[in-house]
Design a protein around this ligand. Structure first.
Ligand SMILES: O=C(O)CCC(=O)C(=O)O
Ligand SMILES: [Fe+2]
Length: 376
């Protein structure tokens, strides 16, 4: 059921700037169900997922009108008063829910002269939990406007899973010579997990302000879950740290989805599938005055899924896994891992942006697992 009283969201024009674009693979998912389609797509995805960790998907089968509605819902949500938005807040400090409004926080940057600049982030966010069934009572509180569009959001989430994520999980299993449903079973759409849709709105800043913050809108990081879908929109600002250690821009692809592998997928494959560092920076001059809305689906492992590497013949041949015994008491679950990682990342009082080429890599522990945070 599609609700109709939503103001249209008009995407701004694309940039004319010639930027150093990342040469990302384009994966045509309309081939998935054709004879030999999965196998040939998996062969294409192997290099992209193990070197860049980023690729683009086209022809997913998710209706563009439904995607556009979600940009419109995001726009409508962020246009509300701060009081309204703060009615449901993502709680990273306490043990509460990570879903709700993400209030901008203070960022701190040191310049070349050792001077520190503090500034409020120019991004606000909303995390909307997975809605696997409309019949089911939700345990998580929702903002009124989100409740209103709940059926659209549920339909969108299900399509993100069915049309894109489930297929990517099959392709990654094929790459690893595992049974095709190996990762699908560990990411059951109907089972409890920390999956969510995230909407972000970045507000343009003056050139001077941006300069103080080294043009950083969102510091370099890896995502915490398994796979991330970033629905393409025209304002260029997302950058990936390339295998060559250089920042490359992600080119918007009309109707496309930029996908990336995240930390859990890397953990389950002992680093074979790459969770790449990415960041958001001030857009090129012809777009720097525009607000930027992001629409993202974060796929996370089922809450009870053990965070242990997959018994893949590929990983075995590469010497990435051996025949090590697993100590049951030491096993970290998907929920424990993702919660610890997200909590740690989101409760920093300040977000430091390091000098060029100098990344800080703090490490923390979840039971026996060493978890690498990353910021640059
Ligand atoms: O806004 C974007 O394009 C990327 C946001 C992002 O990387 C994140 O929320 O993890
Ligand atoms: Fe991210």
């Amino acid at each position: 059921m599609v609700s109709t009283d939503l103001e249209n969201w008009l995407p701004p024009p694309e940039t004319h700037a010639e930027l150093d674009w990342a040469p990302l693979l384009t994966l045509d998912l309309s081939r998935f169900d054709k004879p030999g389609g999965k196998e040939s797509l998996a062969a294409e995805l192997r290099d992209a997922s193990t070197s860049w960790g980023f690729w683009t998907v086209i022809n997913s089968g998710i209706p563009q009108a439904l995607v556009d509605r979600h940009f419109a819902i995001a726009n409508m949500f962020f246009n509300q008063s701060t009081d309204e938005k703060k009615k449901v807040i993502a709680d990273y400090e306490g043990g509460g829910s990570h879903f709700g409004y993400r209030v901008p926080r203070v960022m701190e940057v040191g310049d070349e002269h050792g001077e520190k600049h503090k500034m409020l982030q120019n991004v606000e966010g909303l995390n909307i939990p997975k809605i696997p069934s409309l019949d089911q009572e939700m345990t998580e509180p929702l903002h009124d406007v989100i409740k209103k569009y709940r059926s659209d959001i549920a339909e969108f989430q299900k399509l993100c899973y069915e049309k894109v994520l489930r297929r990517l999980l099959v392709l990654i299993a094929i790459i690893l010579e595992l049974p095709e449903d190996y990762f699908v079973e560990r990411h059951d759409f109907c089972a409890p997990s920390e999956d969510h849709v995230r909407m972000l709105k970045y507000h343009p800043r003056s050139e001077e302000e941006d300069k103080k913050m080294k043009d950083t809108w969102l510091r370099g990081h890896t995502d915490f879950g398994s796979l991330t879908l970033l629905f393409s929109q025209p304002v260029a600002a997302l950058q990936i740290l390339a295998p060559s250690n250089e920042w490359k821009w992600v080119k918007p692809v009309e109707g496309g989805i930029t996908c990336n592998a995240a930390d859990v997928m890397s953990l389950l494959t002992k680093g074979y599938i790459k969770s790449s560092v990415h960041r958001v920076v001030r857009p090129p001059p012809d777009q720097a005055h525009l607000p930027r809305i992001s629409l993202i689906y974060f796929l996370r492992p089922g809450n009870d899924v053990p965070m242990i590497p997959a018994p893949s013949p590929v990983l075995l041949r590469k010497g990435l896994i051996g025949k090590e015994e697993v100590n049951e008491e030491e096993i970290v679950t998907g929920y424990e891992y993702v919660r610890a990682r997200a909590g740690y990342f989101n409760t920093r009082k300040t977000l430091k942006v390091g000098q060029k080429g100098q990344a800080e890599k703090p490490v923390h522990k979840v039971k026996h697992l060493t978890v690498q945070d990353y910021y640059v």
